[in-house]
Design a protein around this ligand. Structure first.
Ligand code: BV8
Ligand code: ZN
Length: 246
């Protein structure tokens, strides 16, 4: 039996860490790479509080475009495979950098959103939160709150702190994990990317599923170089066989 098989058979606490790559096959653009969202804009141009303060209409239009893609998207076999893994391990937590809520729509029940979600909007003045789909279309955008403030996406922008309670729980889950699967992330955005090193330092078996090499590939005990929508169901079948009481 390989060390990977042994570790998967024995695993009790699994963490799946995901980035934009897992939603790519659902038609949602990734950030880097060919056709990536950042090709048209640089992060500092649109995903920062300064950009919103300086050009609220440009930022609002960019997020409205992304929200339309997220509403039209459906979970792909990669999201669904991860949801099905809850039956395989006593504890399975999804830690995502994504803001599209496709993990929840695929049935995952314990999802930590490190970078917030575009399905929630927040008034930049009084901080009132509303469901983004409930906002009336505004021309020019962004929509305004009753207090007169502008509604902004409920996401974490560059230069903003991650939600402390969510990140603290993510760190605790990763530190306690014996299996850590990084899917579709370029491992370049911090502090989220630091969770991969924490997993390695905590002795978890580290698996990477990604089309490309990343700065964290060197830490992986098992690498599946390919599309998440194809590789994750395959892993699930293999791990299901290893863990079924036969
Ligand atoms: C913070 C939400 C401090 C918004 C995102 C200067 C000033 C301030 C901070 C910094 C600075 N310089 C650096 C920093 C730190 C900065 C950072 O990390 N910058 C990077 C660019 C170097 N981090 C921050 O600013 C963070 N905050 O540090 O605050 C602070 C502390 C206390 C108090 C006050 C302040 C906040 C970072 C969060 C930014 N928000 N998202 C939005 O979505 O619009 S980040 C954004 O990038 C997304 O969340 C995205 O998920 C994330 C990471 O990208 P990935 O998910 O990895 O996606 P990517 O496209 O990069 O990669 C996709 C991968 O999948 C690729 O490898 C590809 O090959 C693969 N792939 C593609 N298709 C598939 C596939 N794999 C498998 N199957 C496929 N089909
Ligand atoms: Zn308000």
């Amino acid at each position: 039996m390989s060390s990977v098989e042994g570790a998967v058979r024995a695993a009790r606490r699994a963490v799946v860490f995901t980035g934009a790559g897992i939603s790519q096959e659902s038609g949602i653009g990734t950030f880097r790479g060919p056709g990536g969202l950042w090709e048209r804009f640089r992060p500092e141009e649109v995903a920062t509080p300064e950009a919103f303060a300086a050009r609220p209409e440009l930022v609002a239009r960019w997020y409205a475009e992304r929200f339309a893609a997220m509403r039209a998207a459906v979970p792909n076999p990669g999201h669904r495979a991860i949801a099905s893994w809850e039956a395989l391990f006593p504890s399975l937590v999804v830690v995502t950098q994504n803001i599209d809520r496709l993990h929840q729509r695929a049935g995952s029940r314990d999802v930590l959103e490190l970078h917030g979600t575009l399905w929630v909007s927040r008034c930049a003045r009084c901080r009132r939160e509303v469901a983004t789909e409930s906002l009336p279309p505004a021309e020019p955008p962004p929509a305004r709150c009753d207090c007169g403030g502008m509604f902004r996406p409920g996401v974490v922008w560059f230069g903003e702190a991650l939600p402390l309670d969510v990140f603290a729980r993510a760190e605790a889950e990763v530190a306690a994990a014996d299996l850590f699967v990084a899917v579709g992330t370029s491992a370049t955005v911090w502090p989220a990317a630091g969770l991969i090193e924490l997993a390695a330092a905590s002795g978890a078996l580290l698996v990477e599923v990604n089309r490309d090499e990343t700065p964290m590939s060197r830490l992986a005990a098992l690498t599946r170089r390919g599309a998440a929508g194809e590789e994750l169901p395959r892993l699930g079948e293999e791990w299901g066989r290893w863990r079924s009481p036969s």
